[in-house]
Ligand binder design. Structure first.
Ligand SMILES: [Zn+2]
Length: 63
């Protein structure tokens, strides 16, 4: 099997980070994916506070 990140050949049975050869390469792939996400104009804090506020409001109503 060939690692998509570093291009080295490895035994799939010996890797715990398929389809990559090592956790390191898995992290590299994750980093690339996150970098693409960061290209979008999103403000994470705003959405998170909204979701938390809704949860608290529901709890108050039910109590
Ligand atoms: Zn690799």
């Amino acid at each position: 099997m060939r690692c998509q990140i570093c291009g080295s050949h490895f035994e799939p049975g010996l890797s715990s980070s398929l389809p990559f050869c090592s956790p390191r390469c898995q992290q590299v792939d994750l980093g690339r994916w996150l970098n693409e996400e960061h290209g979008l104009p999103i403000e994470p804090g705003e959405g998170g506070e909204d979701a938390l506020g809704a949860d608290v409001g529901n709890d108050t109503q039910w109590t």
